[in-house]
Write a protein that binds this ligand. Sequence first.
Ligand code: MTE
Ligand code: LUZ
Ligand code: MOS
Length: 787
Amino acid sequence: MTTHSHSTGHQAPAGAAHAPHPHESAHLHVAGEATYVDDMPPLAGTLHAALGLSERAHAEITALDLSAVRASPGVVAVLTAADIPGENNCGPIVHDDPILAAEHVQYCGQPIFAVLAESHDAARRAARRASVDYADLPAVLTPEAAKRQQAYVLPPMHLKRGDAPRALAGAPRRLAGEFRVGGQEHFYLEGQVAYVAPREDDTLQVWCSTQHPTEMQRVVCHALNLRSHRVVVETRRMGGGFGGKESQSALFACVAAVAAHRLRRPVKLRLDRDDDFLISGKRHGFHYAYDVGFDDDGRVRALKLEMTSRAGFSADLSAPVATRAVCHVDNAYYLSDVDIQALSGKTNTQSNTAFRGFGGPQGAIVTEYLLDTIARELGQDPLAVRKRNFYGRGERDLTPYGQTVEDNVLPELVDELEASSGYWRRREAVRAFNADSPVLKKGLALTPVKFGISFNVAHYNQAGALVHVYTDGSVLVNHGGTEMGQGLNTKVAQVVAHELGIGLHQVRATATDTSKVANTSATAASTGADLNGKAAEDAARRIRTRLAAFAAARFGGSPEAVEFADDTVRVHGNAIAFAELASQAYQARVQLWSDGFYATPKLHWDRLSMTGRPFYYFAYGAAVSEVVVDTLTGEWKLLQADLLHDAGDSINPAIDIGQVEGAFLQGMGWLTLEELWWNPDGRLMTHAPSTYKIPATNDCPPVLHTRLFDNRNREPTILRSKAVGEPPLLLAFSVFFAIRDAVASLADHRVAPPLVAPATPEAIMRAVTATRSPRGVPGEGRTAPAK
Ligand code: MTE
Ligand code: LUZ
Ligand code: MOS
């Protein structure tokens, strides 16, 4: 039997806000009519670009012969680094990301040249005809190797609180070991793509699948030595971004722009899936070395942790990723004495980047791993140990980075989920099943989430919007955020409709455009609706205030008493249709459009000491997963998942439940199915769906209960909602730890299986073998040897 229930915990009101409206483009998505960049009707004279890629992980190019490429049918031009008039860099923070590699290649797949041809196919065929001579250099391929060689893309980060060495020495119990999690390919359905048209007077129009149009404008301008007012970037929607189009759309926008500018023809660069995998960065895999002290109740007394990420060949966003990792090691738990180091290992692989959670999942999972390990050591249920370590209220509530947790709802949220999922009853049922089942073993786990909301770079926490009310009462809203499927435009339109008291169908959101709202932040850190919703509310409120003043002047009464609801304006005993009032206001020369702006309050951060208030608030959640594992083959199935997530007072419960379920499954893919494999020569072998498996509908558990936790934001966020894009990805920890629980049952839960992520069947079998005949101390969380 299949049960699949969604419930929002409250009745949907009829209005524009706090209601489960369908996604603004749902009717277009299902009909195949939503326009993505590659669906735009081609402009006359369009050329197609393809990239020639490095065949080596680390080498000097000693000879580059592109004559066969140039002679290939349909080829119009071939460009190399020498053809970039401005700066050959597309890195977002550190200038260490060449658009096209010149003499030095730093990973297998790095673009060296671009072919421009009359067709996509001709460009791709020609790109393979280059003759390149390389002089190989030593390559670093894993975070462990980078750490051994002290090869980093950034200086180390360090957060200390209390006296970890002393607290470790004094702790009744202590465990040291290693843990490891893999990276993750974004696998957005729409790959990276940019289309650039040269326009009059040295200006460019750029259409790009990007989460960050302003950044694309900036890097294109730098590559071409143009001022910002000559380049317009437009993004109507992406077919998914997941962080992979925050900075890494830059290379493709730059190549298309350089070619279009030079050849004076429109240029489209749409990557093939394999090239997308080979060129673009992914989630950072992490290696951890830990030393944890705890007491007989499983309370953590001290943690010393060294995390090393696989940053890839350049910095990209590795610094803010490492910062977010450090600020999520605590997850839901009070850690009094910590010494946390984050190292960003320089490897000769793709430059890793933002991916849903942005280091937060990698920071939080290691502490979940340790609490799970501690529970095995003590022979207790992991949930009991977790709860004993939870943040308190009014005490034990200061994070290691100095922010007080003021809005902690985990005690209630976890109580509710424990009851609704029947955790303890099912714990007994799992035990009974396992007692009678020698090969198939069930496992159960409940894991909590606390996720900090705001960009950890304070100045990114701002947004702008532009709202137009037309004289027929219809409304257009434009804002700095981008739509990647997450429903941002729907939520922003709901906010505007709510503010003006009109139906949602009266409001349309238009394509993000750097010539409408300037200096925007990336749509990232889950802040899209928080920031742009507030900016749009501000713009709509300014228009409403002007309309109220006009209505009161015309019909009497005070402007404050004018009401906007149900497409009607009620003023001094009169009821006027909103459209009629707009038309009258226009006649009276009242401005019917406005900008709006928002900057998140209360934030501050000291980069060196890693302390401050990086987050405006926290989002919470918890999940229970039950799995069955075949301990002879390592195959497993998720039988049931119960998700309870805090989206504040949800603006759109239907969209938010979609985000919770999508993030959960994507997180499950990261921790169980998806494995990136580089050959010893540095070649990424998993570069297509044939070798890289993401979750599909049949990986959805047959029983999936998803609910939103009723919890109005205590901070005055947009309509008291909470950000929801990334936090629920961490709900997938429950799947990983349910698998670990099933394996632990082989040794009566007295051994902590050395399971690493992704928990592929091979990884599960290694953990099974180690659990059946543990080498080290029982309960010790040492990992299996590498590869
Ligand atoms: N949902 C869909 N459908 N597609 C996406 O690409 N990206 C996620 C999340 N949900 C994504 C998504 C990521 S990484 C982030 S940061 C947020 O959406 C960004 O959007 P928001 O801030 O508007 O929630
Ligand atoms: N910080 C963050 C960032 O928390 N999330 C992000 O996506 C991000 N992007 C760029 C810089 N800092
Ligand atoms: Mo999301 S990783 O912040 O784009």
